[in-house]
Write a protein that binds this ligand. Structure first.
Ligand SMILES: Nc1ncnc2c1ncn2[C@@H]1O[C@H](COP(=O)(O)OP(=O)(O)OP(=O)(O)O)[C@@H](O)[C@H]1O
Length: 262
């Protein structure tokens, strides 16, 4: 399938300076700075409630009650953990939802083909599996031809096998499209598998960043992969010695996270 590569002309796909977002007088994001380069894949980790989704919503333009500077490309798209498909619209109509003008069905079908869902274009959302619904949600993001793709735990609700396939798909789409991606995840392994750079959010700021300089496709059996994973887990305050291999790291539950990143 023919694909276009859209790269913003600016030096940044995201430029955030001194961003603050408060709820009821409490700053969840507190003078945060962040840059993402065009075409870069960045993963964002952090304990539950540290403000990852809030940051993503701000970048998506869904929350404007902020202080500070936020620069993002005009073409951006977001996909959430819940696919948020309208049950009364067929899949292809869901993909086109909210697009300006009167885009043709072929536009939706091209995006659905890209995520391997062309054959379900006519289906009703309730007949899709969890993985298929998530792919439809990704197609809805891709149809906007984003320079910046914002993903809020898109694989969180999927079973292990479907999750691996979905991760692979996102990696392929990113390489083909050349857009910048900011992926919020709880899964350290997923972050190291996909990202050029992993950020850890804590205390309302980016408390730590780790470049992932491993060749792609990445091999989780590579000792350097394990090293990076272990160092991020340590940073997040997770006791790696007590952890079973392959089990999602309990970042969300770790009481030590805050102390370790402070
Ligand atoms: N609309 C809102 N009104 C009040 N408080 C909010 C609102 N949205 C978020 N918060 C609070 O801001 C904090 C950060 O929430 P956010 O959803 O960004 O965290 P998160 O890091 O994405 O968490 P998780 O990993 O559990 O999804 C939480 O304490 C949350 O209760």
């Amino acid at each position: 399938m023919a694909t276009d590569v859209h790269r913003p002309v600016s030096r940044f796909a995201v430029h955030v300076e001194g961003l603050t977002r408060s709820f009821d007088g409490r700053a969840v994001i507190d003078a945060l700075d962040l840059d993402v380069r065009p075409g870069e894949f960045v993963a964002l980790l952090g304990r539950s409630g540290c403000g990852k989704s809030t940051l993503l919503r701000v970048l998506a333009g869904l929350d404007r009650e902020i202080e500070g500077t936020v620069l993002v490309p005009r073409r951006k798209a977001v996909a959430f953990q819940a696919p948020r498909l309208m049950p009364w619209k067929r899949v292809w109509r869901n993909v086109l939802l909210g697009l300006p003008g009167k885009p043709e069905r072929a536009v939706a079908e091209q995006a659905l083909d890209e995520v391997g869902l062309g054959h379900r274009s006519q289906a009703w959302p309730k007949t899709l599996s969890g993985g298929e619904a998530q792919r439809a949600s990704l197609a809805r993001a891709l149809v906007r031809e984003p320079d910046l793709l914002l993903l809020d735990e898109p694989f969180g609700a999927l079973d292990a096998l479907t999750r691996i396939k979905a991760q692979r798909l996102v990696g392929e789409v990113w390489q083909r499209r050349g857009c910048a991606v900011l992926l919020v995840t709880h899964d350290v392994e997923e972050a190291v598998l996909l990202a050029d750079r992993v950020l850890v959010m804590d205390g309302g700021v980016i408390a730590h960043e780790q470049t992932v300089d491993l060749d792609r496709p990445r091999d989780i059996a590579d000792p350097r992969f394990a090293e990076l994973r272990a160092s991020l887990l340590e940073r997040l305050g997770v006791d790696t010695a007590a952890e079973s291999p392959g089990i999602e790291s309990p970042v969300a539950e770790s009481p030590a996270v805050k102390a370790s990143a402070a």
